[in-house]
Ligand binder design. Structure first.
Ligand code: NAG
Ligand code: NAG
Ligand code: NAG
Length: 270
């Protein structure tokens, strides 16, 4: 009994620490950023499934999701292998996605990546995300965009569902990580710039208050966005209004990040 409560307390303590996680020692070498310099386009992929039937024969199926309108410079193929269970059988899924620097003319639409942190589910064809595993569980609600955001491209979400329980708002921002190298247990601590309430965080530490409406008071239907300009300045938008330069010198490629934190439990791209 006693140890059960100790565990419970420990769990509550851990939850209350988030998102003010320490930024010490969590960033591995900058080498892990390299793949963030290219986009992996899961929207444009060939996928190959192999399953052994009861006679010991391999059954294979190829799905062609290659989008001919998308092209990349210096293109390459990203290969991902996963094993899934289907009807009690193990299925090997090999996905070959186009990879490279996107030509501006053939940008696929901005979406959330299909795999966010453990308490997030992406749905509506990548346009919406919601918090799962109990709305009382306010952490682990981060999800990156499926491709990097371009200079002067607005990454904006609309609040779809809110609780009235916490004092911390939805989070929105940018990260140097990409869905292919992000670790959602420590994504805050490494090359991530986020706005919660009216407080800007870098690598999980509060760095300054911004002159923006406090996101804690957003209502369902309100919108919040972020944009990296071509001059490296970072701007936040609330209900379409640009609130000026929040930070400068963002000269690297970034992905958009939504954190369904605190009261925010569901949002869509707007
Ligand atoms: C891709 O190639 C075109 C034509 O060579 C060039 O104008 C463009 O800047 C390149 N885009 C990127 C993202 O490298
Ligand atoms: C945040 O992390 C990135 C990546 O390690 C680093 O380049 C940057 O200087 C850090 N910023 C702060 C304020 O610690
Ligand atoms: C941005 O970077 C430039 C060149 O490295 C530097 O001179 C300038 O002080 C930086 N600005 C800010 C606001 O950090």
């Amino acid at each position: 009994m006693g140890s059960f409560y100790r565990l419970l307390l420990l769990a509550l303590f851990c939850l209350s620490l988030y998102p003010n996680v320490s930024s010490e020692g969590k960033c591995s070498s900058t080498a892990s950023y390299h793949s963030a310099d290219e986009d992996v386009l899961e929207q444009s992929s060939l996928s190959f499934e192999a399953m052994m039937d009861k006679n010991g024969e391999w059954q294979t199926m190829v799905t062609n999701n290659l989008d001919p309108s998308i092209s990349t410079n210096n293109s390459n193929i990203d290969v991902k292998r996963t094993v899934v269970e289907r009807d009690g059988k193990k299925v090997l899924v090999v996905t070959m996605s186009l990879k490279g620097n996107l030509n501006e003319r053939s940008l696929p639409p901005l979406k959330f990546h299909s795999e966010g942190a453990k308490n997030v589910e992406v749905f509506n064809g990548g346009k919406s995300a919601k918090r799962i595993r109990g709305t009382t569980n306010k952490g682990y609600g981060g999800v990156l965009t499926s491709r990097s955001i371009r200079d002067n491209e607005l990454f904006q979400v609309k609040v779809d569902k809110l609780l009235r329980r916490y004092i911390t708002s939805i989070g929105i921002g940018i990260s140097r990580k990409s869905p292919h190298n992000v670790d959602y247990n420590e994504w805050m601590t490494c090359g991530t710039i986020m706005l919660y309430n009216n407080q800007l965080y870098e690598n999980g530490s509060a760095i300054k208050k911004l002159k923006v409406p406090n996101l804690r008071f957003l209502k369902v239907g309100d919108q919040v966005g972020v944009m990296k300009k071509s001059n490296g300045n970072l701007h936040f938008f609330v209900n379409g209004q640009d609130h000026g330069v929040a930070l400068s010198n963002i000269t690297y490629r970034v992905h958009g990040v939504l954190d369904l934190y605190g009261n925010a439990v569901e949002a869509s791209l707007a």
